[in-house]
Design a protein around this ligand. Sequence first.
Ligand code: NOJ
Length: 514
Amino acid sequence: MSEMTVANASEISRHDFPGDFMFGVGSSAYQVEGSWRTDGKGLSIWDWFCLRHPDKVEGGANGCHSDENYTRMKEDVQILKKMGVNSYRFSISWPRILPGGKVSMGKSKEGINHYNRLIDELLANEIEPFVTLFHSDLPNALEQEYMGFLSSNIEDFVNYADVCFWEFGDRVKNWVTINEPHGFTISGYAQGIWPPGRGGNNKDGDPQTEPYIVAYNLLNSHAAAYTKYQQDYKDIQKGKVGITLDCDYFQPYRGLGCRQDVEAVGYAFDFVIGWFLEPITRGSWPESMQKFGQTPTSEYPNGRVLPTFSSDQRIKLIDSYDFLGINYYTANYVRSPTPDDDIGLGYSMDRQDPDGRYIGEPSFEGSWIYLCPQQLTQLLVHIKETYQVTKEIIITENGSSEKNETRKTYEQVREDKYWINYIKEHLKALKNARDQNVNVRGYFVWSFMDSFEWTSGYSVRFGMIYVDFTKDLERYPKESALWYKKFLWEQDYNKILKRSITQVKDQKLKKART
Ligand code: NOJ
């Protein structure tokens, strides 16, 4: 590791955070597991989408084999151990546990055993499992049977969650019900670039109404799983259940003096995070969203109707989280929409201001990630103040990527200085947020290792661990992994130091007594 990296490491230290602060890295099942048909796993909508529409994924790629984390689980836990993290965020593949999506179609013993082994292995290595139940890979059987989350038939999600709480809850104490409901809804039902590929340029779907229906069903599924845990498991298992929301920070394109753009910023927060956070804090959709829904459009001259939460649903939704997960990557400029903007959401985004200045340094030319750490502090303060969130907040994802179009070698990417700076600056931003009394209790870097990045396939690398996709999926640490290890190690080092100082003192005392 270079001198510069080591010197910079001292600017933020592990001691700036409490001892029990969760520090980890994250992954998701479809992105890393591979073994897409091993041990009777069922198909997910991502298996189906990638294989059926290779033209829609960069390089025609898929996650069929990816990192083969399924078969290399023990090796990967050892890498986590070496990195020194105290927690690991991973997701369970629903179709691996329930190949037909439903309990009535049978549980897979092999699938369940795989996660039992992973959890046991993590705990044996003093790493806390932090588990997501749904990270985009819906069982394809449910998509075919009743169109997945477009249907209000949520029982299957609750039953799946129930199986996981029952099988793993004696050891898993942190559960995320749903990852990025906003991203899942917009990409799959408004833009139509993710499965099930509705809306956008596709002939199927209605991007003006379906996203609201899907959001409604996702929220009710989340609340029902939360309630299930409270009623049947909480007293005995004593774990926590939360949800993970994605949100960029938004700034007015033409500055604070431009009223329309400032208004658009309000819309952007409402339509990205408020969409899910208001229902679980106040039991209703954001006001601006309700108004927007009722505004007549050419397809809907009488306006659209947003699904309404019944009083029972509202009761279940309000306060249905023990912690709030936030995925933060970057910030964007926002302006009032022009008539050619594709998705009618009351705002549109820009990465450059009117003078062509980027909002932050891009991770590479053309990347959607810009280095905007102070905006993470601002976002967290905004969440606390606007939605009165005083419960624990966990940063469930934060990270950057490297372009991989030319299949870069380890030597070409291992010195990831941008990355190290990115993490360091975001850790400082977290410290600042904590100083402003935002209750942040954990931080997970995205991601553990290079993996399948959805429609970008393998054309970008998000990992702290480099994976050689051309040779046996060998794993190597980038400098960021070593920086993180050093940052985390400081605490252990001090513990060891303290212990040995006390031991020396004890020995001296013993000697003096004899
Ligand atoms: C958020 C998603 O949860 C994750 O799956 C994805 O890889 C990262 N963003 C990076 O795009």
